[in-house]
Design a protein around this ligand. Structure first.
Ligand code: ATP
Ligand code: MG
Length: 627
């Protein structure tokens, strides 16, 4: 079926459309009602149907593909690769589920998972899903305080943690952070289950509280744990947003809608058929990791690659080497990772046989044109940008090569996905804008299956964060966008970050894109800074490519000129600062508000998800030196 027809049906006959899509998964009891919108902006999909995510991800495939690889967990940090067939994954997940049950974890209980990108993270998530426990994965790189906040919010029966992770050859102990988090947290779970990788010989244990997974696994190996069937709208998991615009929000996902969205998107968007190989380079701690390392590829009967390490270790060809070795069909990465590779020699992209690689998907941040071009030419496969949020759980804007491939337009993540009733509206009047006018990206009700059901234990924050901007039914993405007459939509930045110069609104993205066309530019961040005359003016922070010989002052002037040439004098950056690093969240998103606060000497707000505090220090010094 063609995209247009598919999309139109999802909008004109949502219930019939999603009833059909629901047949992609196994239901223990079929839904009695496809959609309940009696309590908007809350909605319920597949009401009364019971199912289980773990059953759909594993059990259902055992007969037809029990011997096929389900999960390949590669660590270039430890040098260990684990290959598990569906049958082996079934065994590990059942064992893990038995261990959880033995610790008193049951349906509706929360389990905080604080693990690196290793197979046990997948076992733990699916084991929770099997018994109806609600997992809350906390990205392994987060500090004790972040972990403490999430433990307090989730009140888990159990925390699962590793002794340590590794990055760039360095061991990063996790356990001391767990201890510190539990010290800080007012809520104290009875047990911490430790996956001891043997990386940190100094690890200490708290008697009675801390348990060793390996020894419990020994006691329960081979156990089979029956699936707990859940009503479609029960919570399946919690996951926090990246915290780019403020305090992270605890996104709650359902069961049935999530399963259906995964099954549909892995086929129709990511073009993965059962038996094919998907390689998402994300960490399981992010939304992409949840959806496209774990749930979607497994629900789709595919092989999922999980990767612990950096894209340039042991060398910048490692990802392509893996693509060759496992015959990867669809790859999914981020602009940040591709920009990291772009700093390396392009010949690494040509070293391996990529004849089986069909698509490279990227998401998470705007994909700038120079990077898109570089990777498209280097790999010789289409690069498909897709736009989504932790909230949506799967792409809202994308192309659907699993149906038919539409032309890729650099700079745009494409067209609305099925079920997304997308509009670009005027920020003040709420009126829908014609093509080529900038406004706020919103979705009309109902949000499709798979999107958040609420903010964990905070219905009020759900409503006030997303539904109280124009009217109480419209979901605001809080992103600023523009559409063309064919529906291709471009994200221009966060609504919080829009720069208002003398009454004209400029998206940070437009200026960043323009700066990044400068040949010396590696990456740019633009913020609006208060100006007495114009209200606000843009200020640019840029990192340069390696080996740039020009003086930073000359480069800065060149960047300024480009912006004026391309966007006009209104967009002229008041200052361009050349810096060594830009402040980002752990998930790789530019923390513009921290830059803005530094320039304006204002409060930056919640910085708990900041990746590298040194980057901010660097910026502070650059500001002191002056542009
Ligand atoms: P918070 O909501 O806590 O401020 P966050 O919005 O960064 O954090 P995520 O859910 O990880 O948390 O990120 C979603 C956001 O990332 C989107 O709203 C959008 O701003 C940006 N984004 C994602 N994909 C793309 C893309 N393909 N192009 C441009 N921007 C994107
Ligand atoms: Mg957000």
């Amino acid at each position: 079926m063609k995209y247009e027809e598919f999309y139109r049906r999802s909008i004109e006959q949502p219930e019939a459309f999603w009833a059909e899509q629901a047949q992609r998964i196994h239901w223990h009891t079929p839904p009695q009602q496809i959609l309940d919108v009696s309590r908007l902006p809350f909605r319920r999909w597949f009401v009364g149907g019971t199912t289980n995510l773990c059953y759909n991800a594993i059990d259902r495939h055992l007969e037809a593909r029990g011997g096929q690889l389900a999960l390949v967990a590669i660590s270039t940090e430890t040098g260990i690769t684990r290959e598990l067939s569906y049958r082996e994954l079934y065994r590990e997940v059942n064992t893990f589920a038995a261990v959880l049950a033995s610790l008193g974890v049951g349906t509706g209980d929360r389990v905080v998972i604080y693990l690196p990108n290793i197979a046990e993270a997948v076992f733990a998530m699916l084991a929770c899903a099997r018994i109806g426990a609600i997992h809350s994965v906390v990205f392994g790189g987060f500090a004790a305080h972040n972990l403490a906040l999430r433990i307090e919010d989730a009140e888990p029966k159990l925390v699962i943690a590793a002794d340590a992770g590794m990055r760039g050859g360095k061991v990063i102990p996790y356990k001391p952070l767990v201890d510190a988090a539990l010290e800080e947290s007012t809520f104290k779970p009875p047990h911490v289950l430790i996956v001891d990788r043997g990386l940190d010989p100094q690890m200490t244990r708290v008697a009675g509280r801390d348990l060793d997974y390996a020894s419990l696994r020994g006691s329960y190996e081979g156990a089979e744990v029956p699936v707990t069937w859940l009503e479609s709208n029960e919570p399946s998991y919690l996951l926090y947003t990246s915290g780019t615009t403020g305090r992270p929000k605890g996104i709650q996902r359902d069961v049935g809608g999530h399963a259906v969205a995964m099954a549909m998107s892995i086929t129709c968007i990511f073009d993965i058929a059962p038996g094919q190989v998907m390689f998402a380079t994300s960490d399981v701690g992010w939304a992409v990791g949840h959806s496209y390392n774990v749930y979607a590829p497994l629900i789709g009967g595919a092989t999922s690659l999980l990767y612990e390490g950096t894209p340039i270790n042991p060398d910048p060809g490692i990802w392509w080497q893996l693509c060759e070795r496992y015959g990867v069909h669809s790859m999914f990465s981020s602009p940040t990772a591709i920009r990291m590779l772009k700093k390396q020699d392009a010949s690494w992209l040509k070293k391996y046989d990529l004849s089986r690689l069909k698509w490279l998907f990227v998401a998470g941040e705007p994909l700038d044109e120079p990077t898109a071009q570089w990777i498209t030419e280097g790999l010789g496969v289409p690069v498909i940008d897709n736009y989504w949020q932790t909230e949506t759980g799967w792409p809202a804007l994308t192309l659907m090569p699993g149906l038919d491939l539409k032309p890729v337009k650099f700079g745009s993540p494409g067209l609305p996905s099925p079920g997304y009733r997308l509009k670009v509206i005027d920020e003040v009047t709420g009126e829908e804008l014609p093509p080529h006018q900038k406004g706020v990206l919103v979705f009309e009700p109902p949000l499709p299956p798979g999107c958040l059901t609420t903010v964990w234990r905070d219905d009020e924050r759900y409503v006030s964060s997303y539904f109280s901007h124009f009217n109480e039914l419209l979901y605001s993405s809080l992103d600023w966008a523009i559409r063309d007459e064919n529906g291709y939509t471009t994200i221009l930045g966060r609504t919080d970050d829009v720069i208002n110069v003398a009454g004209h609104r400029l998206g940070t993205r437009e200026i960043e894109e323009s700066v990044s066309t400068h040949p010396a530019c590696a990456e740019a961040a633009v913020v609006g800074v208060h100006d007495d005359l114009k209200g606000q003016v843009p200020v640019v922070f840029a990192t340069l490519k390696q080996g740039v010989a020009e003086q930073p002052g000359v480069v800065a002037m060149g960047m300024q000129q480009r912006v004026v040439q391309q966007l006009g004098g209104l967009a002229r950056p008041a200052h361009v600062y050349v810096v060594n690093a830009l402040p980002k969240t752990r998930s790789g998103k530019l923390l513009r508000r921290s830059l803005q606060a530094l320039v304006q000497h204002t409060d930056p707000g919640d910085l708990s998800t900041l990746d590298d505090p040194n980057a901010l220090e660097e910026v502070r010094r650059a500001l002191e030196r002056g542009p």
